[in-house]
Design a protein around this ligand. Structure first.
Ligand code: SGN
Ligand code: CA
Length: 530
């Protein structure tokens, strides 16, 4: 960076009163990005960040979905850029959200598991944007336990929220809103846009509950896909051979760990899952009589057929997969419709040309791959995140990039867009250099991942590193390692960690993991032995 740039940057920090707030002249990982110049408020782009919960790229048209269509998400991809290799740093809801807000890994922002309360006193994306004149709003799923900070306006779902007639909590208290959560969240987002102070640029985080478990479709999509079979993933009947022993202990199998009434909507079933659980579907009990009538009219004829068929073995697993994936995709269909409504709104209001639009989701999800639902593992399906972006004047329409990106990069990207220097303690890097579709030679070559929970679904804590071609995973409670050659084995069905021809790669990957642990200041591992 030239002296002139450093000076400009210092001057800028002084102007916005942040010179003493942990900023320095160098951005954290980029090394030498050009110093942004202060922009007059009117030229700072608006930012609409649409964030869903558990939406896997395997169910997005722009990512080559074989199981559904998403015309409105694809609109963003066509007008902007698709990040093919965007990953989370910890594949679980609250930690991913905290990483997005802070630009930091879980061990640094303090939110390592869903059971932790977010420390809202720390610096976050909306706080930095507010300081340069942005209006900030968060609507929908929050899940960080403490009240949102840094937002001029917030209206959030309590905890995981509900699909039907959801409660919302704002600074004014709690209210129940009749209707379907994805429609309501979008309505609320547009209401806020209508009422905002039009003289200021804005950050709107529109965060949907869908398509999170229990995958309750809205009234408009209850019978969608009734007449088709959704293709099964190749690994639906995975036996977990050739990988760590810990895989076999998982509790997230479609075959064994879905509850009939709760997950599979077989109303009234008393049959427990493999863990002896038989919860009731709480969405159905929240419905108005009219909503429930429509719901039952959609499910009961199919449930009658299912009960009569008395399926067993693989046929039963196949039936469960179809029931699950159709409900999941029905939830996505509503997300897609509502993204379309929001895009139409931005166009109609003349906001399109000065608004960055991002579609992403807190992590990926297993859509039957490895026989699973849920997430948490560092395997591709739940490690990956969708990231579609239009940034007027920056993104090249229809471009795709394979540069390695991570959720800690989102805040730095938006700060760069707003002309705010990236604070030195943010660990991510602005993604702007990727948005013409080419990956600069100096771009990062590896990503660090760390999952800490040891609870629901029985996924052990693990950390790892992914490069363009390889992935090294360490299940440190049992000190088991896996190495995948993603070029030869994209479905990650065979660890080559012990194969002598990969010995050199193992050494290199371990060294890379050690380097990343130093770079990100990861504390020593705490294996649990029991
Ligand atoms: C709930 C779900 C789990 C899910 C976690 C975390 N169970 O506990 O299946 O893994 O959330 O999801 S449920 O019966 O309550 O649906 S996350 O997206 O919030 O991290
Ligand atoms: Ca999630």
């Amino acid at each position: 960076m030239s002296n002139l740039n450093i000076q400009t940057r210092r001057q800028f920090l002084k102007t916005i009163g942040m010179a003493s707030a942990g900023f320095t002249v160098a951005s954290a990982m980029t090394g030498c990005s050009m110093a942004p110049r202060p922009k007059p408020s009117a030229q700072r782009p608006n930012i609409v960040f649409i964030f869903t919960d558990d939406h896997a790229v395997q169910s997005i048209g722009a990512y080559g979905s074989k199981i559904n269509k998403t015309p409105n998400l694809d609109r963003i991809a066509k007008q902007g850029v698709t990040l093919e290799r965007c990953f989370c740093c910890n594949s679980i809801c609250a930690p991913s959200r905290a990483a997005v807000l802070t630009g930091k890994h879980s061990h640094v922002n303090g939110l390592m598991t869903n059971g932790t309360t977010f420390d809202g006193s720390q610096p976050t994306l909306p706080k930095y944007l507010k300081q340069v004149g942005y209006q900030t709003a968060l609507i929908g799923k929050w899940h960080l336990q403490s009240d949102p900070t840094g937002f001029d306006y917030w209206d959030i779902l309590p905890g995981q929220g509900s699909y039907y007639n959801p409660d919302f909590i704002s600074a004014q208290g709690k209210t129940r809103v009749e209707g379907y959560v994805t429609d309501i969240t979008t309505d609320k987002a547009m209401d806020w846009l209508d009422k905002r102070d039009q003289s200021k640029p804005f950050l709107l985080m529109c965060q949907h509950k869908a398509p999170h478990r229990i995958w309750a479709p809205g009234p408009d999509h209850l019978t969608m896909y009734d007449d088709v079979d959704i293709p099964e993933p190749d690994t639906l009947f995975d036996d977990y051979a050739n990988r760590s022993e810990v895989l076999k202990d998982n509790e997230m199998m479609i075959a064994k760990h879905m509850m009939y009434d709760y997950d599979l909507k077989v109303t009234g079933s008393e049959e427990p899952d493999a863990l002896g659980r038989k919860f009731k579907n709480g969405e159905r009990t929240r419905m108005t009589p009219e909503q429930r009538e429509k719901w039952d009219a959609a499910y009961e004829p199919k449930n009658d057929q299912f009960r009569a068929a008395k399926l067993t073995g693989k046929d039963l697993v196949r039936w469960k997969y179809q029931r699950y994936i159709k409900d999941y995709l029905r939830c996505i269909a509503s997300v897609d419709d509502n993204v379309g409504r929001l895009l139409d709104y931005l166009e109609a209001q003349g906001l399109k040309d000065n608004t960055i639009v991002v579609y992403s989701s807190d992590q990926g999800f297993y859509l039957g791959e490895h026989g699973w639902y849920d997430k948490r593992w560092m395997y591709e399906e739940s490690f990956r995140m969708p990231f579609l972006i239009t940034w007027p004047g920056v993104t090249r329409a229809g471009a795709r990039t394979r540069g390695l990106a991570q959720n800690i990069d989102f805040a730095p990207t938006f700060l760069e867009a707003a002309g705010v220097p990236v604070p030195e303690d943010m660990q991510g890097t602005s993604l702007k250099p990727l948005l013409r579709g080419k990956t600069p030679r100096t771009w990062r070559k590896s990503l660090y991942y760390h999952y800490y929970e040891r609870g629901e679904h029985h996924v052990p804590a693990h950390e790892g590193v992914r490069t363009d071609r390889y992935k090294l995973i360490h299940f440190y409670d049992t000190d088991e390692w896996e190495l995948f050659d993603l070029k030869k084995d994209p479905q990650e069905m065979k660890s080559v960690y012990r194969e002598s021809r990969y010995a050199k790669i193992v050494r290199t990957m371990k060294a890379e993991l050690a380097r990343l642990r130093v770079l990100y200041q990861v504390p020593p591992l705490k294996p649990r032995k029991d």
